[in-house]
Design a protein around this ligand. Structure first.
Ligand code: UDP
Length: 334
């Protein structure tokens, strides 16, 4: 039986496919290659190019594959873009989930591991954020993912489709050998942008806001290595295979780093000056997001290997140096 990875050509998806193959799973990937890269997908996975919301196409995939469980990464995930174009997010992410669950129900597939996000919490009332804390998103991206969690909940109640929602905090880094990594067009995430400045591709980093109520005024985020995140999906799948109930887990390191601290860490790792300027706040950004992730550790047995942001940045830098133009495949054309 196969594990079907939706969005398996994307950043986190491709690392998860790679880890699944390393662990001996039979893997099939669906990706529309709008933001993903064909070259990021491990050769041992079967690849289907198409859209998760295309019911006919997905029907054919489920006909061909004997799917044991689905891992669903296929979504848009850029906070500022979601503020400008919320319907794009509700259509692709939220409506796409409805279509997916319909096909899963039709083919009697009962397990799904889902990429949720810290953005479902919005501006937290307390730090670290627990899974039971209120979910009040401050941007349409988070809202689209929260709606997806709720749709999965009611599909569990009605059809018995069990889910694990993994609420990611900030993911960074790359496979240690630098063979796969992060390649977004346009790039909006902090670590790859810092490394583009280090590589001389951008003149300077803009730090979005230095008047937040944090230790140095810049946003604080909780960084997890992409391979540790990938491993959490496999543990979540195993958790469902054991017959456990649907649940949600935070995936973070439980340690917060400010944007300025990330810049300093990157300067140290790369040995480059990395010029930076202060800029206006970015719409939709909560001030601090730090996870309580003990539930994933105790229930799923998650044991992240990277506990130091410098080590995380180092792997991203290895990828950047060996792939200065990313996959160079014109993937992620927008
Ligand atoms: N950020 C920044 N400059 C950039 C890109 C990001 O200051 O060029 C900040 C952003 O405002 C946030 C943090 O870096 O405080 C992490 O943003 P990112 O987009 O990487 O992830 P998010 O927290 O939105 O998931």
């Amino acid at each position: 039986m196969s594990i079907l990875v939706l969005g398996g050509a994307g950043y986190i998806g491709s690392h998860t496919v790679d880890r699944l193959i390393e662990k001996g799973y039979d893997v099939a990937v669906v990706d529309n290659l709008v933001t993903g890269h064909r070259a990021a997908v491990n050769d041992k996975a079967r690849f289907y190019e198409g859209d998760v919301a295309d019911t006919n196409f997905m029907d054919q995939v489920f006909e061909k594959e004997d799917v044991e469980g689905v891992i669903h990464f296929a979504a848009f995930s850029i906070v500022p873009e979601s503020m400008k174009d919320p319907l794009k997010y509700f259509d692709n992410n939220t409506a796409g989930m409805v279509k997916l669950l319909e096909v899963m129900h039709k083919h009697d597939v009962k397990k799904i591991v889902f990429s949720s996000t810290a953005a479902t919490y919005g501006e937290p009332k307390q730090i670290p954020i627990k899974e039971t804390d209120p979910q009040i998103p401050t941007n349409p991206y988070g809202e689209s993912k929260l709606a997806m969690e709720k749709i999965m909940h009611w599909s569990d109640v009605a059809y018995g489709i069990k889910f694990v929602a993994l609420r990611y905090f900030n993911v960074a880094g790359a496979k240690a050998d630098g063979s796969i990594g992060e390649d977004h067009h346009p790039e909006t995430h902090l670590v790859p942008i810092i490394l583009q400045v280090a590589a001389g591709e951008r003149d300077q980093l803009q730090i979005f806001g230095d008047d937040y109520p944090t230790k140095d005024g810049t946003n604080v985020r909780d960084y997890v290595h992409v391979v540790d995140l990938a491993d959490a999906h496999i543990l979540a799948l195993e958790y469902l295979k054991k017959g456990n109930d649907s649940d949600a887990f935070n995936l973070g390191s439980s340690t917060g780093f400010s944007n300025k601290q990330m810049l300093d860490a990157a300067r140290e790792v790369t040995g480059k000056p990395i010029p930076a300027v202060m800029a206006d706040r970015r719409a939709g950004d909560p001030s601090t997001l730090v996870a309580a992730s003990d539930k994933a550790r105790s229930v799923l047995g998650w044991d992240p290997q990277f506990d130091d942001v410098k080590e995380i940045i180092k792997t991203a830098w290895t990828w950047k140096q060996s792939h200065p133009e990313g996959y160079n495949d014109r993937g992620g054309k927008d």
